[in-house]
Design a protein around this ligand. Structure first.
Ligand code: B12
Ligand code: SF4
Length: 522
């Protein structure tokens, strides 16, 4: 590779169309520090499948980049929910009463697995294409998928590839500076194919992430405008100190929360709104609002947005641990369109999953939100149904609490998301399921074996069947213009539980157990 990097080509690998925020932050950072470098960005999510190789080859031919940097978002994306067709396929495959439907869904499942398999192989193929056409270039691969499966990617990618784990700004800077003093966490596969690992030794100061220079990004990514009518991802911080049993976000971003300057965040949102007419923002943090300190940071961002009178609607993952009426009012006044949060109606399940909050406090916070001026904002309850520890009694408690949330906000405004735990590598839930014999020790989380893939979507017997049948019945009877699948499913689960004479326990919520979580112990 040339000692001085003159040209970088970023290639965002295919996924469902979603704004490529991660690679935009990386390219913006490089431009601010090394403005002489010529950068370009191709987003394969918006290039038709049949044209992708040709598009890459043409760009390599034209630009002859010294560095080709891939961004890989999703690799193992099994977490289907009602807005993802895969949930229907899985449910029909297991629980459809008609054998024809089961057979049809088996084909659907094969198609999903084929897309999954071929998508991954094609991505490595794009890297090999670069190596064939430009043998002296350096290849870099980063992104959330790579962060989770970095070692695997390092084994499969071409020689002389840098595989960046986690945030990429400083690692990429070290690459464009010649890679003599690498930075960040990475695997490096050298020109002989030997893989070495470098742990992160430095902390990247997020205050250095000033508002994205979108006029510059437009010049390197001419199709940027195709995202302006979608949710644009804006990052406000990195890290999560919680340890929820099924979650990897704290590993992807680290446990320590680090913050961007609220003024820069607000400037970024303002520019998106005023210059480009963007109407919807998704704050892409692991949690937009969670710890006491992050709640204060959120308040500062909202103050800045309100002072600038930015007209956007926004969402993000939110916990209610430190919510106050003042913050709730500011959230609503600044354009919050939905409250997106994990929900289960049993303190026992909350504690088993070490979610680190009190159900009573969460329910009180809902009431406070309503009293603070909630009108038509959606309340999206992400419900890890049938997680380890779930029983008919805890399921009944969730139904009761969901009904209470309907009473607070109005049924039409509440969207219970039926989703199941997708077992992810290195999480406590994975360890638990290996210990219990549900998964074999040493199983391959990236397997193409449909039976293991199905097991990774955790919805075991006996409640799995009850939930599955209720979901399918709700789907068959649904008029989507007047009802939401999650609400209809919860109603049917309630009927089934009542019919089967399972214990209907309407117990007051138990007090939360102390969990090793900074919020509860603080
Ligand atoms: C916010 C979010 C969403 C939002 C996105 C909103 C929006 N408009 O942007 C919503 C809720 C819509 C969403 C949906 C989904 N998501 Co999501 N999402 C996230 C989350 C929390 C943050 C992603 C993000 O934008 N981060 C902020 C940006 C700035 O960071 P970044 O992209 O990671 O980029 C940094 C590094 O990765 C790196 N980097 C990135 N590219 C490059 C390139 C180079 C060259 C280098 C050097 C570095 C580099 O540097 C960047 C800056 O430091 C992650 C989990 C997490 N904590 O990361 C999951 C995550 C990415 N999502 C995931 C999944 C599975 C999905 C869904 C498929 C779920 C589903 N079944 O529907 C959908 C599909 C989305 C799609 N279209 O593909 C998975 C992917 C897992 C995997 N192993 O494949 C993740 C990792 C969560 C998980 N389960 O662990 N998601
Ligand atoms: S609070 Fe959210 S991001 Fe953090 S570990 Fe729990 S589920 Fe993951």
């Amino acid at each position: 590779m040339a000692a001085t990097v003159k040209t970088v080509l970023y290639i965002r690998l295919p996924c469902w169309k979603i704004y490529p925020g991660g690679v935009v932050y990386v390219a913006d950072h490089i431009h601010k520090l090394r403005p002489g470098i010529d950068q370009h960005l191709i987003d394969l999510a918006i290039v038709p499948a049949g044209e992708r190789s040709r598009t890459i080859a043409a760009a390599l031919e034209r630009l002859k980049p010294d560095v080709v940097a891939f961004s890989w978002r999703n690799m193992q994306s099994f977490g289907p929910h009602p807005e993802d067709d895969a949930l229907d396929v899985v449910m029909n495959f297991e629980y459809a009463p008609s054998p024809w439907k089961r057979l049809k869904s088996a084909f659907g499942a094969l198609k999903i697995i084929y897309d999954y398999t071929s998508g991954r192989l094609k991505n490595f193929g794009y890297m090999k294409l670069v190596r064939r056409m430009l043998p002296d270039s350096r290849i870099v691969v980063g992104g959330t998928a790579v962060t989770i499966f970095g070692k695997y990617v390092a084994e499969k990618c071409p020689n002389d590839t840098v595989v960046v784990i986690g945030e990429g700004e400083d690692a990429m800077l070290s690459v464009v500076d010649g890679f003599e003093r690498p930075a960040g966490e990475l695997y490096y596969k050298d020109s002989d194919g030997k893989v070495t690992h470098r742990p992160r030794t430095e902390v990247f100061d997020l205050a250095r992430l000033t508002a994205v220079d979108f006029p510059y990004i437009e010049t390197i990514f001419p199709r940027l405008a195709e995202y302006f009518d979608t949710d644009i991802g804006v990052h406000t911080k990195r890290g999560c100190p919680y340890q929820c049993h099924f979650c990897l976000y704290n590993k992807i971003e680290g446990h320590n929360q680090r913050y961007r300057d609220p003024v820069e965040v607000a400037k970024e949102v303002e520019m998106l709104s005023q210059r480009y007419g963007v109407k919807r923002i998704w704050f892409t943090d692991a949690q937009f609002c969670s710890t006491r300190k992050s709640t204060e940071h959120v308040e500062q961002i909202l103050d800045e947005m309100l002072a600038r009178q930015v007209k956007v609607s926004w969402s993000g993952y939110i916990r209610l641990n430190h919510m106050t009426p003042v913050i709730a009012q500011k959230m609503l006044a600044s354009g919050m369109s939905s409250l997106d949060l994990s929900f289960t109606g049993s303190q026992e399940v909350i504690d088993k999953l070490t979610l680190g909050y009190s159900l009573t406090q969460q329910m009180d916070a809902f009431r406070m939100f309503k009293a603070s001026g909630h009108t038509d904002q959606k309340i999206k309850l992400y419900m890890p149904l049938n997680a380890p520890g779930e029983t008919a009694a805890t399921l009944q408690m969730t139904i009761d609490r969901v009904n209470e949330v309907y009473d607070i906000f109005g049924r039409d405004h509440v969207l219970p998301f039926i989703f199941f735990i997708g077992v992810q590598p290195g999480t406590p839930v994975e360890a638990l399921l290996i210990k219990s014999g549900y998964l074999k020790a040493g199983y391959n989380p990236l397997t193409f074996n449909p039976f293991i893939i199905k097991r990774l979507l955790y919805n075991p017997k006996p409640l799995g069947g009850l939930i599955g049948r209720a979901y399918l019945k709700a789907l068959a009877a649904l008029d989507p213009t007047s009802e939401y699948i999650g609400r209809a499913t919860m109603d049917l689960i309630a009927q089934e539980l009542a019919k089967s004479g399972r214990p209907i326990v309407v117990a007051p919520p138990a007090e939360p157990k102390k969990v090793p979580c900074p919020e509860i112990s603080a």
